[in-house]
Design a protein around this ligand. Structure first.
Ligand code: PEP
Length: 251
């Protein structure tokens, strides 16, 4: 059976290394019985070194929430090569919260390209806003975001790519504003067909498609029934008791 991929996006949380270690330790304690799931925890960069020491011999690997596209005179940035040498393989790219801060399709394209060239696994976030959904433009938006992100990238590099469908209106709502299972499934099929049309069946079969947007322990069965390859979890991933239930749903 194919392993599900569950990615925890801690965003700009928690405030201290001690709290970060506490969350990880709790997940570690409860994760032993869980099988068939690849767990990726993406903490703030600052906590990667201390958490790395704690994940030995567990099913957990560490990921990053962002990256720049090269090394050199770029104050405040972290390069793909630094992450790779540190042992990070998965990197979230193009999250809607970063797009809101000004990250555009050209920057996202450079990041995806440099990660794929290093054989790393970018998790490309795509998804429509509330207004775009109301105008039924979700397919147009997702197609454009994927095409722009992958512009001029060799087809042979795409095997490690992961797509996270995250409708912007469903992220961080805490009000149960979840995308319906049917809508997630329809979007998954649309993305698969898009890959098949542009890059062929083999790539389309390899690319993993995740769903993200207010996933928690209460709605995970519904989300899972959409037939996705895994989930990208924000706020619920900071609560070990909820996160473990999400993992169990795939186990
Ligand atoms: C996210 O940040 O990618 C996300 C899905 O957040 P949340 O689960 O909190 O909606």
């Amino acid at each position: 059976m194919k392993k599900a991929l569950v990615v925890a996006n801690w965003k700009c949380n928690p405030s201290t290394e001690k709290e970060a270690e506490k969350i990880l330790n709790e997940v570690k304690r409860q994760i032993r019985k869980i099988t068939n799931v690849q767990v990726v925890i993406c903490p703030p960069f600052l906590f990667l070194p201390s958490l790395k020491k704690k994940i030995n011999n567990t099913k957990i690997v560490l990921g990053a929430q962002n990256v720049f596209y090269q090394s050199g005179p770029f104050t405040g940035e972290i390069s793909p090569e630094m992450l790779k040498r540190f042992g990070v393989k998965y990197v979230i790219v193009g999250h809607s919260e970063r797009r809101k801060l000004g990250e555009n399709d050209q920057i996202i394209n450079k990041k995806i390209k440099s990660l794929l060239e290093l054989k790393m696994s970018p998790i490309l976030c795509v998804g429509e806003t509330k207004e775009e959904r109301e105008k039924e433009k979700q397919f147009e938006v997702v197609e454009r975001q994927i095409q722009e992100a992958l512009r001029n990238i060799k087809k042979t590099l795409l095997g490690n790519l992961i797509i996270a469908y995250e409708p912007v209106w469903a992220i961080s709502t805490n009000k149960g504003k979840l995308c319906s299972s049917d809508d997630i499934m329809t979007m998954k099929l649309f993305i698969k067909q898009l890959f098949e049309k542009n890059f062929g069946l083999k790539i389309s079969e390899r690319v993993k498609i995740l769903y993200g947007g207010s996933v928690d322990d209460k709605n995970i069965q519904l989300v899972r029934s959409a037939g996705i390859d895994g989930v990208l979890v924000g706020s619920a991933s900071l609560k070990p008791e909820k996160f473990i239930l999400i993992l169990k749903a795939f186990s």
